[in-house]
Design a protein around this ligand. Structure first.
Ligand code: ADP
Ligand code: ZN
Length: 726
């Protein structure tokens, strides 16, 4: 009989949506610790979870308490990761199990891969040395061990030759590691001599890395100032400390230039983490991270939830990017959570950008973050001239979008054998197709959005749900045939126009749907660098990060795009995006030029861009937010209710409205149909909660939702610090 007093009990967190903490008994012979991955019974099933709390008093009767079945052969989740999960769950008002699931996205990785069988020469010689046998011994010379497949390939022999040699004890079988080892980056492999300013910045960034303390630095430098080279120094310092480093990039799958620069600096490629990797690679990389063998990881936002054994630095490059915010699943902002991760793990965080977000700038100005500035381009390259083309004065003509001044500027560049880029942040041929006879607009059947024509694919597509269809023969409304008319330009249409205006130029069009893989991105970089492209026409995918020395002209076809709409960050984002685009021009010896086509040249964003006065623009944005008590001077959360059943959404809205809390320092707006009132056939209503800065917004939400029943056909998404207001 076991002594009840000696019985240990732990709480295990399960990586599930409904995941709560469950109590389990620890068998007396089991050596169980915090963070370990364990198998436990759950109803009739066996599931994997993580030991979350030790020595708890069980909440169920002893006789109903089940036992932990076994410990998985995987290092434990480090305690900083455990605290991070709890912190993120609390902040985003999500169940911890959902957050834990993001840390254990590769269930296979919890089990080490079985070693491979290999063969080694024992030193003994075979009784009869045939030609095949001597070829086998030749490829195993020097005591190397190889798998049967490798030997067969190298020696050109069949497996029966190996069997024969093994039976004569000429070969012995050995266990080989399942995965090839991860190559270690060398902090001293390469690198440039830094300029004095860069050197100073690097010293500031390295200090907290070597002291192993938490701090946040904003690396604020104009495009082309060498921010990447500078934060590479901090990574090198982190490697010298024997700790792991993580770099978050907004478009990791397409960052081939970044990867090759890393390789030049550190001699090897970093470990990657993003959704384009195959399952096998993800398994291997996850395991390498928790075992501490992956020294530098570069990844998309989800990499923040990897189980680092000994993380010593996080760099968030292009920290202002909205793509660090996840709207689906657990909504979180990886930039903000990186700062949290640093404070929990006691290591520094570097936020890098040429156009820092307002939130980050405010923290830098208040002294909460260290402000490291690189105000000039490296190597004397100067920032481009920016000119506004007033479209009211220079109308491009019917169904045309390139004005005369822009056309002339492109012609000049072509004569000089330099490159030009035309930027338009709109995929496809035309954003709207309507019937010329009755005015009917082609709309997605599942979303409250127009269908976008993609002429190259001969399709109309919905950019919200992916629905696609051929162009109907007749108008669905008035049944007129041949009456459809494309309205407005997308980059396909712009490419058509450029082909007419610049018939001898080599034109390439790049968008997220044409540049879908890292190899396609690498090929694009090669073609652009080797001068196989004269005019590049692209969306935001070509706006960032790329360095093309011969690109001297950037034409922004519609600088006003993005300024409209109810998004609190519309101006800020447009400013950042267009600054990034402008930053592609003239990055080497030749001075660059940027032309902004606009219908409202007097708009503060357009004016600030022309003057390149980032500070003044951000200050006016800051004042506006301060006045309206919007983030970072107030706090926001959105609650979106959605269902395919309109009735259910409305009755849920009523229920939530009825129970909405009151308070002096917060207000609840809505419910109102979301701007995109239908997506994928789901009706969407939104509440917006706005509080003063010092209010615990999460507890307001929890109190509000407490005891409310949301029917199973309706989804409630709580989004703290929303970025997407659609
Ligand atoms: P940013 O990230 O600020 O836009 P990058 O780090 O991409 O700037 O640097 C711009 C270009 O200048 C890159 O091609 C980079 O290799 C080069 N560069 C930056 N610093 C140096 C340096 N100290 N020596 C030589 N080349 C440098
Ligand atoms: Zn749709």
């Amino acid at each position: 009989m076991t002594d009840l007093l000696d019985e240990r009990c732990v709480q295990v967190l399960l990586p599930m949506s409904a995941g709560a903490l469950y109590d389990y008994r620890v068998p007396p012979e089991m050596d169980l610790h915090l963070g370990q991955f364990v198998e436990v019974p759950l109803g009739p099933r066996q599931v994997v979870g993580v030991v979350w709390k030790e020595n708890v008093t069980p909440s169920v009767a002893q006789d109903r308490l089940k036992s932990v079945l076994n410990i998985l052969p995987c290092p434990a989740l480090p305690s900083a990761s455990l605290r991070f999960v709890d912190w993120v769950a609390n902040y985003t008002v999500q169940r911890p199990g959902r957050v834990l699931r993001m840390c254990m996205s590769i269930p296979d990785a919890l089990y080490p891969k079985a070693p491979k069988k290999g063969f080694r020469h024992t030193g003994k010689m075979p009784e009869k040395l045939t030609a095949a046998r001597s070829r086998v011994l030749a490829v195993l010379e020097g005591g190397v061990a190889r798998t049967a497949a490798e030997i067969s390939e190298l020696a050109g022999t069949s497996s029966s030759v190996l069997k024969g040699l093994e039976s004569q004890q000429v070969l012995e079988s050995v266990a080989l590691p399942a995965d090839a080892p991860i190559p270690e980056p060398d902090p001293n492999a390469g690198g440039f001599d830094l300029s004095e300013l860069q050197q100073e910045a690097a010293v500031t960034l390295c200090a907290p890395v070597s002291q192993q303390i938490f701090s946040v630095s904003l690396l604020d430098g104009v495009t082309g100032s060498g921010k990447t080279e500078v934060y590479f120094e901090a990574i090198a310092e982190c490697l010298s400390q024997g700790r792991q480093a993580l770099v978050l990039l907004p478009e990791i799958a397409l960052s081939s230039q970044w990867l090759s620069r890393f390789e030049q600096r550190f001699g090897v490629k970093p470990v990657e983490w993003h959704s384009d990797l195959g399952q096998g690679t993800r398994r291997k990389n996850w395991r390498a991270v928790i075992e501490g063998k992956a020294k530098v990881v570069v990844g998309a936002r989800s990499a923040l939830f990897l189980p680092f054994k000994n993380l010593g630095l996080v760099v968030v490059d292009e920290e202002h990017e909205a793509s660090f915010k996840q709207d689906e699943g657990v909504p979180y902002n990886a930039r903000d959570m990186a700062v949290v991760r640093g404070s929990l793990g006691k290591f520094p965080v570097i936020l890098a950008s040429a156009t820092p977000s307002l939130e980050t700038l405010v923290n830098a100005h208040s002294g909460k973050y260290t402000h490291v500035k690189l105000p000039s381009r490296f190597g004397g390259a100067v920032l481009p001239d920016v000119e506004i083309v007033d479209l009211k004065l220079h109308r491009p003509g019917s169904q045309r979008w390139i004005s005369e001044p822009l056309q002339k500027a492109v012609d000049d560049v072509l004569v000089k054998k330099q490159q030009a880029m035309l930027f338009l942040n709109r995929r496809g041929y035309a954003p709207l197709t309507l019937c010329d006879a009755c005015g009917h607009r082609l709309q997605c059947p599942h979303c409250s959005a127009w269908l976008v024509e993609h002429r190259l694919l001969r399709k109309l597509q919905c950019h919200h749900c992916g629905f696609s269809t051929g162009t109907p023969k007749a108008c669905p409304d008035c049944e007129e045939t041949g009456s459809f008319k494309a309205c407005g330009p997308g980059i396909e249409r712009l490419t058509e126009e450029a082909g007419l205006l610049f018939p001898d130029a080599k034109i390439a069009m790049i968008a997220s749907d044409t540049l879908t893989s890292p190899s396609a991105a690498a090929e694009f970089v090669r073609a652009m660098t080797s001068g196989e492209i004269d005019i590049l026409i692209g969306t935001q995918i070509v706006a960032k990060g790329y360095h093309f020395p011969n690109l001297t002209l950037v034409g922004v076809v519609d600088a006003d795009l993005g300024l409209a709409g109810g998004d609190l960050r519309a101006s800020e984002r447009t400013f950042q995006l267009l600054s990034q685009v402008a930053g592609r021009a003239g990055r080497a010896e030749q001075r660059g030029k940027v032309l902004l086509q606009s219908h409202m040249p007097e708009h503060p964003v357009i004016e600030a861009l022309a003057k390149q006065d980032t500070a003044a623009f951000m200050e006016s944005e800051r004042l506006a937010r301060e006045e309206a008590l919007m983030p970072p001077y107030g706090r926001l959360a959105s609650l979106i209710l959605s269902s395919t059943d309109a009735e259910s959404v409305l009755s849920c809205c009523k229920e939530l409205s009825r129970g909405a809390p009151y308070g002096d320092n917060f207000m609840i707006m809505g419910p109102a149909p979301a701007p995109l009132s239908m997506i994928r056939g789901r009706h969407r209503y939104r509440f917006l909660l706005k509080t003063a800065k010092d209010v615990n917004l999460q507890s307001v939400i929890r109190a509000w939702l407490k005891g409310k029943k949301i029917p199973s056909n309706t989804r409630l998404q709580v989004d703290v610090d929303p970025y997407n207001f659609l």
